[in-house]
Design a protein around this ligand. Structure first.
Ligand code: GUN
Length: 288
């Protein structure tokens, strides 16, 4: 079994992007800017956001980060509108999840689609379904990029995805099933209401889990030689991180696997940075 080393690949891609940012600075006199809006003081969210800020700064982006109260939806609307107008912010994200009861769909629709670094605006999600995109949500992009780097083909394969979130499962299913060079897979999307998920998992050439339940899936459930991609980052009591897939016994079962941590997580951050560069370049087209 080979380990799909997302940490290493994210490092390679980030070094490349750092060079690109330096070049863009030379040719345009401007620096791509990433905005990050965070609501509330959930410590897990804070760790993710701090990491995004650190990696963005490492490749030379300007970072604009604001933390907002969790009892004022209108404050978030105003912050989104101000980032939409801000000339030095080329892409920005609203860190999810938002507080329970907030209108996540309505809020994400307020983001200018041309600054939507996560690709969560309905216009950009719709483009995924139309096979017309150069920008994918960061986690699906990271998974696609990892599989590509390790020469794991998806065309014609059966990809089983567990979890139907807007952040991972739904957009990943759309991309992998699409009619373009990154797609052409046969996709099965499992979720919390799926009856007997094991019957699909044992038929998977590639299995992707984004359910957020520690060690939900075990080695004995997979087809021999399958590839497993673990998007889960679950904190165990005591602070250790566990994926959705129990690593016990995988070695003998799988041909390739993404470790947690160090698999998909770092790729997600690298792809957010790549999206920001693409938005910057789009805006600059004709000016470079
Ligand atoms: N929460 C977990 N993953 C993500 C992500 O990729 N983007 C945002 N905005 N929030 C997240």
């Amino acid at each position: 079994m080979i380990l799909l080393d997302g940490k290493r690949l994210a490092g390679i891609l980030s070094d490349e992007m750092a060079r690109q940012v330096a070049q863009l600075r030379q040719s345009t006199g401007q620096v791509p800017g990433l905005g990050i809006l965070r609501v509330g003081d959930d410590p897990a969210g804070a760790v993710y956001v701090e990491n995004k800020i650190k990696q963005a700064k490492r490749i030379g982006l300007n970072v604009f980060s604001r933390a907002l109260p969790d009892n004022d939806e209108q404050a978030l609307v105003r912050a989104i509108e101000s980032f939409n107008r801000h000339p030095d912010i080329h892409g920005f994200i609203v860190q999810l999840p938002l507080p329970a009861g907030w209108n996540t769909n309505g809020l994400l629709e307020k983001i200018d689609p041309s600054k939507d670094a996560d690709g969560f605006h309905p216009l950009n999600l719709g483009r995924l379904l139309a096979d017309d995109f150069d920008l994918m949500p960061a986690t699906p992009a990271g998974i696609v990029e990892l599989l590509r780097y390790y020469d794991i083909p998806v065309a014609g394969k059966h990809v089983v995805i567990a979890g139907r979130s807007r952040i991972v499962g739904r957009p990943l299913a759309a991309v992998l099933a699409g009619r373009h060079p990154l797609g052409n897979a046969t996709v099965t999307l499992l979720h919390s209401r799926t009856e007997n998920p094991g019957q699909y998992i044992r038929e998977a050439d590639i299995f992707v889990s984004a359910v957020g339940i520690p060690h939900r899936w075990k080695a004995g459930m997979f087809k021999s030689g399958a590839v497993a991609v673990d998007v889960g980052i679950n904190a165990l009591p005591g602070g250790k991180l566990a994926g959705d897939i129990d690593p016990q016994g995988l070695e003998k079962m799988l041909s390739a696997y993404t470790p947690v941590p160090g698999g998909v997580g770092p790729m997600t951050v690298a792809m957010l940075l790549r999206n920001t560069l693409r938005l910057f370049e789009r805006k600059m087209k004709g000016k470079i």
